[in-house]
Every structure is written in structure tokens, then in C-alpha cells.
Design a protein around this ligand. Sequence first.
Ligand code: BDR
Ligand code: CA
Length: 342
Amino acid sequence: MILDVDTGIDDSLALLYLLASPEAQILGIAATAGNVGTAQVAANTLAMLDLGGAGEIEVAAGADGPLAIPLRTTEDTHGPQGLGYAELPVSARALSGRSAARMWAELARAHPGAIGLCTGPLTNLALALRLEPELPRLLGRLVIMGGAFQHPGNTTPTNEWNIHVDPEAAKEVFDAFSAAPPQRRPLVCALDITETIEMRPAHLARLAEAAGSAPVELPAAGQGAAWRSAASNPVLRYLVDAVRFYFDFHHGYDLGYLAHMHDPFAAAVALDPALVTTRPATVDVELAGTITRATTVADWAGMWGRQPNADIAVGTDPAVFFDRLITRVGAYARRLYPEPPA
Ligand code: BDR
Ligand code: CA
């Protein structure tokens, strides 16, 4: 797999999910500016590889910002460093010598059939397409977390964050992937589906039990910014501190004490597309609208007379995803950091 992330709380859970999944072989990770700036995304990603006990995995830094507009970041959603209340030690791992765009192009050439997964803005994939226009035919599958179709936006009334940050890049990607063969169209996990993936404190408690971590903690509203997890397992300690910030953020917007787990869901779909039902559509991105710029529009009925360029996820069972996340990441955390015998 080739990953492209803007790590980010939910991106970090996507990374843990993939590290915990034996069928996932991560060839390289592109660090894209989005939730936080590129250097912080890269640092967070390297630190997550340490925490997740990963072997050597290439992490390549992407462009400093979007193709055509200034970068906007969202520390209010993901915390000052992008990992919520968690702070991880600075990694000693080095960044790749090649750019994220070159890494995408060269890895796809070297590993035709590789699966691409984008959980951040599409800046570096767009730059990679300029270097290697064959990418839509080289990749075995591309899964994108992004967009909002028959669903409100999470950034403007109609914009989803990843598309909002770099709409020009998103348009270049959807246009270019019109060239993908029908059985390899990008699979899009938009807010329509990812906002049904509601993580709650009880899921963290189940993760702690699966990992054999103590105490089993149940974050709650109003605990305050200074509270920190005392979980014995470092993966759980991280998860509680990171996800609690995401709970607080969603709670602050009256969404309940929960967090939408967009990116780990997209990661699970990348490994197993059978988790979702999909509908083909032609997707385009509004670049000119005065109040709708960066809106993703899906033509479900062929009204534009253009072939579909995406399969949009329209159905899933969130409980199946959470069972899988808890089983995999819980067992992985237990294996990585076994409890000393009593
Ligand atoms: C997306 O925006 C980011 O803040 C999250 O990491 C996710 O990829 C959801 O709109
Ligand atoms: Ca993300």
C-alpha cells in the first residue's frame, strides 16, 4: 500500500489499524499538509511508526501547502501538534530523500497493483499524477477519504475538510482517475458514510480490555485539558489521550461525546472493500462557486454524459468495523507491549 496522510488524530488510528493488519504491507507514506503543517505531519507519522513498533517504512514529506491557495490547518480539531492531548517522543527515524510526489510515482511504477489510500488533502497525489499520468492504471485500487455528497459539510455548509484544503488538487485527481478502468475506480469514503462511524468512550474501554491494559478508562465530558491517561499499555495511553481530544471537539459542536472515525474506516475499506456497498458516479469539484467552492458534486444519473470516475460508499455496518478495529489493534497492542507477569 501507498499511504497519503495528514496525521491527525484519526489518521493516526488508520496507521495503527494498518500496522495491526497482517495483510497490509506499507510501501511508503506521504506526509501531506492539512490538519497540521507538513513538517508536523511528518513528525507525527514517524512517531506513530515508533509507537506502533513498525519496521523501516519510507515516509516522504510533501509540498508545503496546497496547489493554488494558502494552507489552512485545524489545530482546534486535532490539537496543537495534531495528536490531541497526546505527546509522543520525537522519532529518530529519518525522512525519505525523495519528495512525496516522486515517492508515489516511483512506488506505483515499481509495484503495479499497489493499493493507494489517501486520508488527507490530495495535493501530493495531484503532483504525482503530473509526474506519472499512468497512476490510475498502475494502482490496483485507490481509496479516498474525502467529500460530502448528500450530506452537510464539516468545514463549510457543503465542504468536507480534505477537499476544502486543496480543491484544485482534488479536481485534478478526480479528472485524472476518469482514466481508471471501471473495476479500479477510486472508492470514495465521504462524510455521508464516515459520519456514521461514531467512536464512543466504550469503544476505548473495549480496546483497553482487548489489549490487557489497566486501568480500563472511560473518558467523559468535562475531564479537562490537564487530565492524562494512566493506562499501562503505551498504545492505549496514546489512544485515550488522542481520542479524548477528538471527543471533546465533537462534543463542543453538540454532536455528542463521540468522534467520527473517518480515516481508520477508510483504511479498513482499503484492505477490505466488502465492508461497504458502493454506487458508481461521476465526481467533480466546484472551483468557481462563491459560497460552494470546494464542494464535491456527484452525478449519479449520467446527466453530464461522462463515464463514472468513482465508486462512492453508500452503506456499511459500523459495528463490524469497530469489532475489527478493537480486535486487531487490541491484540496488536497486547503483543507489542506485553504486561509483566503479576
Ligand atoms: C477528514 O478531515 C480531517 O480533519 C480528518 O483527519 C479526516 O481525514 C474528515 O473530514
Ligand atoms: Ca486525515
